[in-house]
Design a protein around this ligand. Structure first.
Ligand code: GDP
Length: 308
């Protein structure tokens, strides 16, 4: 039964903390009879606590207040549907954007600072694509971290995919070039490129990522097709700063939001979506390779409010 529920809504379990700490209280608030200033204040406080962000919270509350007047709402319990609608708008509506497809071979560059769950997310994404019937090659482009290359090699063996690597401190561009060539030659559907998460300066890191893109274009001038930024949901405002830096430097096309299970601040998803203006494409919901789900805005919001 439990497994079935989890399959039905993959976010329910991982949003438990956010739901219990914030949204269950919002629902309780809405069982009040009257809509008054105290209700608005408490709603603001709760939304801010979930890391939705102050600006967005103000926008949401204002939109709800407008709706109260326009739709002549008098009962607080009528507000939940209105709030869900506003949250859905923030996530860009119900349409869920999957991965970009670029047959015969799609290249995906995965970026993000060390520790956010980049390596694990690459393994999860690989497994997800395999489950869809696609073939994958991984390019171990984080040549600065021997541990990352090793970790990817272990995942490669477990998932039975080829990991293209060179000796540590090799040129990441060369690894990426080799991987894309190998992918094309073997008729592979997806090449997933790991990248460095820390260099001596932010400038160096961004230059390195741009270089990887330039090298990839030498093999296929339309690549890379997708640049996924991995963000740790537990890092709150820090994650927002990362979206800004990476967004400006490399043109992120989607987000993988990790560690949603470890935080009560799942509201950060709304702030990220608004700030970066690119879709969240996948969510990491635990440490296992199967704890991974394509983002679905309606399911996400439903899991925030619904326990059952
Ligand atoms: P990297 O340095 O960005 O490559 O990070 P790793 O992939 O090595 O992950 C860092 C830690 O975060 C590891 O202990 C992972 O098991 C853990 N991790 C990654 N994704 C998730 C997730 O979605 N949920 C939880 N709870 N832990 C995660």
């Amino acid at each position: 039964m439990f497994e079935r529920l989890k399959r039905l809504n993959p976010f329910r379990e991982s949003l438990q903390k956010t739901r219990e700490t914030v949204f269950a209280r919002v629902t309780n608030l809405f069982t009040q009879q009257v809509i008054d200033d105290a209700l608005w204040e408490e709603l603001e406080e709760l939304l801010i606590r979930s890391d939705v962000g102050v600006d967005i919270t103000m926008d949401i509350v204002q939109a709800l207040q407008v709706r109260v007047v326009q739709d002549r709402l008098t009962q607080a319990r009528e507000l939940e549907a209105a709030l869900r609608l506003e949250l859905l708008k923030l996530l860009g509506g119900p349409n869920t954007e999957g991965l970009r497809q670029h047959p015969p071979m799609t290249s995906i560059m995965v970026v993000g600072v060390n520790g956010v769950g980049k390596t694990t997310s690459i393994a999860k994404l690989t497994r997800y694509l395999q489950e869809q019937g696609s073939s994958v090659i991984i390019a171990a482009g984080d040549t600065f971290r021997a541990a990352a290359v090793e970790q990817l090699s272990i995942w490669g063996e477990r998932l039975n995919v080829q990991v293209i690597k060179q000796t540590s401190s090799a040129d990441p561009g060369a690894v990426v070039y080799d991987a894309l060539q190998a992918g094309l030659a073997r008729g592979i559907d997806y090449v997933i490129i790991d990248t460095a998460g820390r260099l001596h300066t932010k400038f160096n890191l961004m230059e390195e990522l741009k270089k990887v893109q330039r090298v990839a274009r030498k093999v296929d001038e339309t690549s890379v097709h997708e640049i996924l930024l991995v963000l740790d949901a537990t890092s709150g405002q820090n994650a927002l700063e990362q979206t800004r830096v990476f967004g400006e430097a490399v043109g992120v096309t989607g987000v993988i939001l990790t560690k949603l299970d470890g935080t009560a601040k799942g509201g950060v998803a709304f702030a990220i979506r608004k700030r970066l203006n690119v879709p969240i494409k996948f969510v990491g919901t635990g440490e296992k390779v199967t704890d991974f789900a394509p983002f679905d805005a309606e399911q996400f919001i439903d899991a925030l409010f619904n326990n059952a």
